[in-house]
Design a protein around this ligand. Sequence first.
Ligand SMILES: C[S@@+](CC[C@H](N)C(=O)[O-])C[C@H]1O[C@@H](n2cnc3c(N)ncnc32)[C@H](O)[C@@H]1O
Length: 333
Amino acid sequence: MPKKRNRRQAGLLIQQKETMPFASKGANELYIVDRNALEARACSPNCSLPRPFLRWAGSKRRLLSQIIPLMPSQFHAYYEPFLGSGALFFLLCPERAWLSDKCGNLIDAYKMLKYNVSSIIRYLRPLRPSRNLFYTFRSQPSRGKLKRVAEFMYLNKTCWNGLYRVNSKGHFNVPYGLPSSKIIADFDNLRACSRALRKSGIRLQSCDFDEALTGVQANDFVYLDPPYFTRHNRSFIDYNETLFSWQDQMRLAKRAQELANTGAYVIVTNANNREVRRLYKGFKHKTIARSSTLASDSACRGQVTETVLYSPNCKTEMMGDKAYDAGGNNEQE
Ligand SMILES: C[S@@+](CC[C@H](N)C(=O)[O-])C[C@H]1O[C@@H](n2cnc3c(N)ncnc32)[C@H](O)[C@@H]1O
């Protein structure tokens, strides 16, 4: 019979898994990226901690292994101004990171988790998925930031497809989602996420991407994952269209090019669309594929392609894959 581990031993094991040197500090204060270790972690998304504690539309969790080969081999600070569920941040667990998102409730959840993980767990522990509780939390959020954040996490776990959408008054209005699991949160993972966020060089801010990027310097790694450009704007998920217009896409591409010119490593993910790629002259691009999860009818969920655009200074490790110039003459269709 295997010996039962006590809580302290189990905790130590989890911490050991987390502190493996996925990125280690070099002599010149740059973090050396260990792609093999990152890939191993990205390929077993449910086994390693920390991992995103929220479900989020557009999460890059299942695309990480395709993004890793395009990453710079070393960097100084990490910037992720479209944080969402932070799939790449939780994979890298860097010591210095500027994390931000325009969604204030989302950033409140990160800030609360950073310092009050035990209280959040205490509030969530007795809760189970329930339609009644869902609509109670949705229509009458509790007083007090901590409870509201815990309820935000509860709603995120139990709503339709983990979607975050608010009405014109700013109230969350996604319906109940018949969750298949009875577990509201993986508490070990919440603690691991909290530890990753408590590192002294981690900053959290709710703001527009432009403001978030003001401090970027040469050798910093900037990962830009905006709401994707989409042409049809009437479907359920296309609330993004109004939130992130074509003007915003152009503003972002201009900023990405300025950052690349100052010597930062820039990676952008977006829809696999020629008009988008044309905005990123001088960048390379690669098409990647994933299965779509956001159609309301599961029969309509198929393979969709996306594009990864990266500044030419990213010393990529693409084995035999062809990279194309974005916006250039050899544009790949
Ligand atoms: C595609 S999601 C990011 C997903 C994330 N990479 C992940 O792995 O979960 C895009 C995010 O951009 C945020 N956003 C939308 N407009 C923004 C803006 N102007 N500035 C900053 N963030 C914005 C949304 O709130 C959303 O969380």
